[in-house]
Write a protein that binds this ligand. Structure first.
Ligand code: 2IP
Ligand code: CA
Ligand code: CA
Length: 377
């Protein structure tokens, strides 16, 4: 497991490099944006963007994991399909080739023959990233790659990534929107039960080097299985007597906003972009809970940050199931799982977290939220 973790940290850093390169090269970035259509469209947005960066990153992660762990090959899933239609209406299957030159050639066909852009991208894909230090010493988990599957969201909060507003982050503060909301999410689950056991999050735009070196990223990881819990983040300390704080999507239903305002008070209710970023806020203690009453997130959004929350003693539950269950909020039956599709749905919706969700660090806080929402939805 430590081997897999080290690989995922490395490949997530490569992914972050690709995401940065795509933004830095303005003409490249313009080329990359195209609209999603058909069943893969995330219903939530009138316009949802699929970028070549997304497709390329996902394929790169798939390629690197498959190379080191061939037994995982059929179990590396992600948000994107590897079919990309270029400006000429030609459909190209994006794959990462054995060499940088071959990859550049293939990408040039996607990019309508733009060799400069294709070479830039191929270089980022094949470049060795800086070594990522993770204190994984002594991390022994009795799981083999043949028991595991992977969910990838190559870039979460695409809209923020595309809009590209720059924020200077301050320690201990949640910033509602901006480039920092865009995250690379790689989650690992157990094929037999669907429980999330490992997660890697890379935030490609964490801060801008004041010396002009461009954007620098930050990474986070967690492992949680059978009594072993390890995480790059430590459990935030709760302030004395400070009340519950919550983060929501700005498009959340008024009834949920009202119930949470009563529970937390207006000052402790916050809004932020990005499903992954909101769960990261709970991991970092910038909010205590994240509540979403709609099925607008997917397995690839929640798997990685869910594993980190579990490593810290929290979790992510299915809100609808939790509201129905008589046993209260506790009990693992209501935690989100990652191995089974919604059989009645089509396209991306097969993997939607249909019942909504609540991300939490502390079970008693989850109970308070359920108490406030019961009978209201
Ligand atoms: C999106 C993204 C959005 C989120 C939505 C996700 O993923 O995280 O920000 O909506 O649920 O599916 P909101 O910001 O309102 O929570 P992607 O950007 O990968 O499509
Ligand atoms: Ca997403
Ligand atoms: Ca995405």
């Amino acid at each position: 497991m430590a081997d897999l973790l080290r690989l995922l940290l490395r490949v997530a850093e490569k992914a972050a490099n690709v995401a940065r390169v795509c933004r830095q090269e303005a003409p490249l970035f313009q080329l990359l944006v195209q609209e999603k259509t058909g069943e893969d469209k995330n219903k939530k947005f009138v316009q949802d963007f699929k970028t070549l960066a997304d497709v390329v990153i996902q394929e790169m992660i798939r390629h690197d994991v498959r190379a080191q762990f061939p037994e995982m090959a059929g179990f590396i899933h992600g948000e994107e399909s590897n079919k990309f239609e270029n400006g000429l209406g030609e459909s190209v299957t994006v794959t990462v080739c054995g060499t940088q030159e071959e990859t550049a050639k293939l990408l040039a066909s996607v990019l309508d023959g733009d060799n400069t852009a294709a070479s830039l991208l191929a270089r980022a894909i094949h470049q060795d990233p800086v070594t990522i230090e993770a204190d994984t010493d002594g991390l022994t988990v009795p799981l083999s790659p043949s028991e595991l599957g992977i969910w990838i969201d190559p870039i979460d909060a695409t809209s923020q990534y595309i809009e590209g507003r720059e924020e200077v982050l301050e320690e201990g503060h949640l910033f509602p929107s901006g480039l920092h909301c865009a995250l690379v999410l790689i989650g690992v689950y157990l094929r037999s039960t669907g429980e999330p056991v490992m997660g890697v999050i890379n935030q490609p735009f964490n801060y801008k080097d004041p010396a002009g070196g461009g954007w620098k990223g930050k990474h986070f990881w967690g492992v949680s299985f059978g009594g072993v819990n390890a995480c790059s983040e430590s459990r935030p300390k709760d302030g004395p007597g400070s009340g519950l704080s919550a983060v929501l999507s700005s498009s959340e239903k008024p009834v949920v906003k009202e119930a949470l305002t009563s529970l937390c008070g207006p000052d402790k209710l916050m809004y932020a972009s990005g499903a992954g970023y909101k769960i990261l806020c709970v991991i970092q203690g910038l909010a205590d809970v994240y509540i979403l009453s709609e099925g607008s997130t997917f397995k690839w959004d929640s798997c990685a940050p869910h594993a980190l929350l579990r490593a810290l003693g929290g979790g992510v539950v299915d809100l609808a199931k939790c509201l129905q269950s008589n046993s209260g909020a506790q009990g693992h039956q209501t935690e989100l799982t990652y191995h089974q599709p919604n059989a009645e749905c089509k396209g991306a919706d097969r993997w939607a977290n249909n019942g909504g969700l609540v991300a939490y660090r502390d079970c008693s806080q989850l109970c308070s939220v359920m108490g406030a929402l019961r009978g209201k939805l």
